[in-house]
Design a protein around this ligand. Structure first.
Ligand code: ADP
Length: 257
């Protein structure tokens, strides 16, 4: 707590009293810490692929390029790490955009069934590779929203569901209306999330298992972006999960706004 005191004097410099202003800076301190952590995280996340790109390219320049097998495998690593860097930069730019106070989505009548089917097409290769069954239970729903941004939300949730599931499991996507809301559920039979982790899931760069999530290719920013996008649509996103059983993300969007 910051405390300031100042005397209050009368016309003839006589003491009338004292004014004390106390200011609770706990929240400010917390926000400052969040900002510092974010900068530290960004630096770390950017440095990791750059270090690898530098190291492998230097080794090639120093002579390793003459061995064709080494050349190819190092180029593949450099390529993968460049992609990762690009993904991180894109997610960071996107997050900074959606976090702006004045951020608005371009809402227009959107066929949510179409958006989900488009997302299905976009993940079809990953689903096949992992032999996952995608069960779509979709009712026709038209809502006011930004189709590109809603596709981005669906892609994030679906890719996570695929990433954190083992092969030969089922992912169920439901779309239905309830009262004045549209509800979208993405339910997997994957590894699940500990109850104690759920509260932090939507924080920037938060990952339940840092090493595993990083290897799986995510940036740790996906769910923060999802939350901001859904809130920009005046909706909300919830998660229920049981370790070893699976996870269900539920997005609720107003039909009319
Ligand atoms: P990432 O890019 O690491 O997937 P996200 O912000 O999308 O980042 O998700 C944050 C973390 O939440 C993930 O690292 C993972 O630990 C956890 N998570 C997200 N979706 C699921 C899911 N369907 N099942 C289990 N864990 C999940």
């Amino acid at each position: 707590i910051d405390v300031y005191g100042a005397p209050v004097l009368g016309d003839h410099e006589q003491w009338l009293g004292i004014v004390i202003v106390s200011h609770d800076i706990t929240e400010l301190k917390r926000l400052e810490q969040v900002r510092k952590d974010f900068v530290a995280n960004v630096s770390h996340e950017l440095r990791t692929p750059v270090t690898s790109i530098k190291g492998f390219s230097e080794t090639l320049i120093d002579g390793a390029y003459t061995d064709e097998a080494t050349l190819l495998s190092f180029l593949e690593i450099i390529h993968t790490e460049s992609n990762r860097l690009e993904m991180l930069i894109n997610d960071l730019l996107d997050l900074s955009k959606v976090e702006q106070a004045g951020f608005r989505v371009n809402a227009l009548p959107t066929d949510m069934e179409k958006v989900i089917k488009r997302a299905e097409e976009m993940v079809s290769k990953r689903i096949e590779e992992k032999k996952i069954k995608l069960d779509l239970q979709l009712e026709p729903v038209i809502l006011q929203g930004d189709p590109d941004r809603l596709l981005q939300v669906m892609m994030n949730l679906l890719v996570n569901a695929i990433t954190y599931s083992s092969s030969e499991t089922t992912i169920t996507v439901r779309l239905y209306t309830k009262g004045k809301s549209a509800l979208i559920e993405v339910e997997d039979q994957g590894i699940g999330i500990e109850a104690s982790e759920i509260g932090r899931l939507f924080e920037r760069f938060y990952r339940v298992d840092r090493a595993r999530s990083r290897n799986s290719g995510g940036t740790g920013l996906g769910l923060s972006i999802v939350k901001h996008l859904i809130e920009a649509h005046h909706g909300k996103v919830d998660v229920e999960s049981t370790v070893g059983v699976g996870t269900k993300f539920t997005v609720q969007l107003p039909l009319g706004s």
